[in-house]
Design a protein around this ligand. Structure first.
Ligand code: ADP
Ligand code: MG
Length: 233
């Protein structure tokens, strides 16, 4: 019975979250389709047409951002059984985000330990680190260094993401992970870090964040390691 109650509560939380998020997606879509309707007017001036198209593009982008940040969390359950090669997963994520880094003149430096295997859902792992690394790059609009390193000890794999960006105040740091909390205005969803925390929790991991205003931020992730002994069994 207790299990059932917990499950019902979880479902309720997911439903409420889903409602809030579909609202976040529906609003920009409604706005976009309104402006598309205005664009159907044949007598529209070139300037107005351009103006409306810009709005449509912006609104669609905003809906897309919500979906991007939330994608994995929306899945009904996180599959836990897979083995994740931390180093090769991180390499793929870096490849994916390299264009964004180039755009912001951010140099990515890596320092990976030789081994490092954890268990979890690889897709959730990817979503988690895409969200964190995207934030780190966005925190360095005028360039900087993004250092991604891993450490392996007997029981834990530690993943460290460090940026030389704008940093966070103590108050900002406390609100990190709160749904819809964002300092990026129209360019933010405030969902990325909420998704990160929920994935870390689901993977029995730990997240610790340190930040200095104007100097940068460091994220320390800790996940239970698959030891080489249990790997051979
Ligand atoms: P979004 O990126 O859409 O704003 P997130 O949930 O991903 O939403 O992040 C929430 C907020 O946390 C950001 O708006 C920003 O203020 C802060 N933040 C997250 N990562 C960093 C970082 N590396 N450096 C500075 N601030 C950050
Ligand atoms: Mg983000």
């Amino acid at each position: 019975l207790k299990q059932q109650l917990i499950k019902a509560e979880k479902l309720k939380a997911v439903e409420q979250m889903g409602a809030a998020i579909s609202h976040e997606i529906r609003n920009p879509l409604t706005a976009a389709s309104g402006f598309v309707q205005l664009l159907e007017d044949d007598h529209l001036s070139r300037q107005k047409r351009k103006e409306y198209l810009t709005i449509v593009r912006e609104e669609l982008r905003s809906a897309e951002r919500v979906i991007q940040d939330y994608l994995t969390f929306a899945k009904p359950s996180i599959e836990m059984s897979k083995e994740i090669n931390v180093k090769s997963e991180l390499r793929q994520i870096i490849k994916l985000l390299q264009p964004l880094a180039n755009k912001n003149s951010v140099e990515i430096v890596t320092d990976f330990s030789i081994i490092g295997f954890i268990t979890g859902d690889p897709q959730a792992f990817r979503q988690c680190f895409v969200n964190v690394i995207k934030n780190a790059i966005e925190a360095m609009p005028n360039g900087g260094y993004l250092t991604i390193s891993t450490e392996y000890s007997q029981n834990y794999v530690t993943i460290i993401i460090r940026d030389t960006g704008i940093g966070m105040s103590k108050e900002q740091l406390e609100r990190l992970g709160e749904p819809f909390y964002s300092t990026k205005g129209k360019n933010g969803t405030g969902l990325g870090m909420m998704v990160v925390y929920s994935i870390v929790r689901a993977m029995d991991g730990n997240l610790h964040v340190e930040s200095i205003m104007g100097a940068g931020t460091t994220f320390y992730f800790e996940f239970p390691a698959i030891t080489s002994i249990s790997k051979n069994n």
